[in-house]
Design a protein around this ligand. Structure first.
Ligand SMILES: Nc1ncnc2c1ncn2[C@@H]1O[C@H](COP(=O)(O)OP(=O)(O)O)[C@@H](O)[C@H]1O
Ligand SMILES: [Mg+2]
Length: 389
């Protein structure tokens, strides 16, 4: 008898305890989670306080509205397809949802959606319980962003290091090559001067005794000597010390001297607009720049055409453009023409334009090229400071 009574008492306490626990659990769920109940079409029939607080809608605003009221537009069609196929087949769906609050801000939920069944065991609606994970999501988005940035920065840095080390290797190779070439050019210069002098003397002395064929051979010999001495001058110019001898000079005068120095076929016209601009520069070096640009233009024209040289002033700089009516430069070659040793000519050294760029840069200026018509544009500041060197 006592046994039976005891058992009953125990059972009662269990029920009381369970009631208490259920109330507690209910209040915990309400405080912690967003609870929403919808009908079978997703129309809201219940939303707890937490749901109202986070979505910023009042209970009145929510009841009767479709769940879509908080749709953010973030998720894909496939995402919804998976959700609906899970819950309409009677299973519970778990996942993370990005939603939109009344003021347009977004919030994230870790959500569980389960179907509700009527007494015929058919689905009559859905219950969703969600935990607000906005802070975690934002934090993880920020972390992903930081990680992406770091990965990108790392990639950029690696590319920069590769570019720089390639440049250094190239520079080292070029400087070694430059030293070798300049030694060779230096050693060849004197014997070549002797060869040139003797060939001049001999051709003068034998002028009357030579037939046409012999004269052609001597002319070829002289041309070859000129080619060789041009190459030697280019190589020496390239490796010469870069000290500038700065004086005030008329840019027009320098241009005229350069023009006298280049070999120009009669059918090539050089038109220069006279402009008396004086700048502080190294006249010998600027003369070398003009000679290079003019002889490149002459070579491009192949015997006939026009070269237009314009001198103009702009703010504190002088602008010199050398334009020719030649065939222009292949687009693929454009980025390379200022590189040392780049040439498309059989007898070219590929040093001319790199010497020009170097000289102009030493003057604090720049040189660029454009096609159609081929135009080299040189800009030099009028008052280069001596410290620029
Ligand atoms: N006015 C021009 N018209 C067409 N191509 C040019 C002109 N000037 C330079 N180039 C191109 O740039 C290349 C490099 O010129 P440069 O450095 O002076 O070397 P090089 O004259 O010895 O070839 C030339 O081989 C040529 O292909
Ligand atoms: Mg050249």
């Amino acid at each position: 008898m006592t046994n039976l009574l005891d058992k009953k008492m125990i059972l009662n306490t269990d029920i009381i305890n369970f009631d208490l626990q259920f109330e507690e659990i209910y209040s915990i769920i309400n405080n912690h989670s967003m609870v929403e109940v919808t009908d079978i079409e997703g129309n809201i029939i219940f939303a707890n306080k937490k749901f109202c607080d986070i979505s910023q809608y009042s209970e009145q605003e929510l009841i009767g509205q479709n769940h879509r009221i908080i749709k953010s537009g973030f998720h894909t069609k496939e995402f919804y397809k998976d959700l609906w196929s899970t819950i309409t087949s009677g299973k519970t769906w778990h996942g993370e949802f990005k939603n939109k609050a009344k003021d347009g801000s977004y919030f994230w939920n870790k959500q569980m959606i389960m179907p509700r069944f009527d007494n015929k065991k058919t689905i009559c609606g859905y219950i969703s319980i969600g935990t607000d994970i906005t802070t975690e999501k934002e934090l993880s988005e920020k972390l992903t962003q930081i990680e992406d940035n770091l990965v990108q920065q790392n990639k950029n840095l690696q590319e920069k290091i590769k570019r720089k080390s390639d440049e250094i290797i190239k520079k080292e190779k070029l400087s070694m090559l430059g030293t070798m070439a300049s030694r060779l050019a230096h050693d060849l210069k004197n014997p070549l001067t002797v060869v040139k002098a003797y060939s001049d003397i001999l051709s003068r002395q034998l002028e009357d005794k030579m037939n046409y064929e012999m004269k052609m051979k001597v002319s070829k010999l002289k041309n070859s000597i000129t080619d060789m001495s041009n190459i030697i001058e280019d190589v020496l110019d390239f490796s010469r010390t870069v000290e500038l001898d700065l004086q005030k000079n008329s840019i027009f005068k320098i241009l005229m001297i350069a023009l006298e120095n280049v070999d120009k076929p009669k059918q090539i016209n050089v038109n220069i607009n006279y402009s008396d601009i004086a700048i502080i520069c190294d006249s010998k070096k600027i003369e070398a720049v003009f000679s290079n640009l003019l002889s490149n233009a002459i070579q491009a024209l192949e015997e006939i055409g026009e070269i237009n040289v314009r001198l103009t002033e702009e703010d504190n700089q002088v602008l010199i453009t050398v334009e020719d009516t030649g065939p222009g430069i292949l687009e693929d070659d454009m980025p390379r023409i200022f590189e040392p040793l780049f040439t498309t000519k059989q007898k070219g050294t590929g040093l001319g334009l790199s010497i020009c760029k170097n000289i102009i840069n030493l003057h604090g200026g720049d040189i660029i090229v454009k096609n159609a018509p081929t135009t080299f544009i040189v800009t030099i500041p009028k008052n280069i400071k001596k410290t620029n060197q």
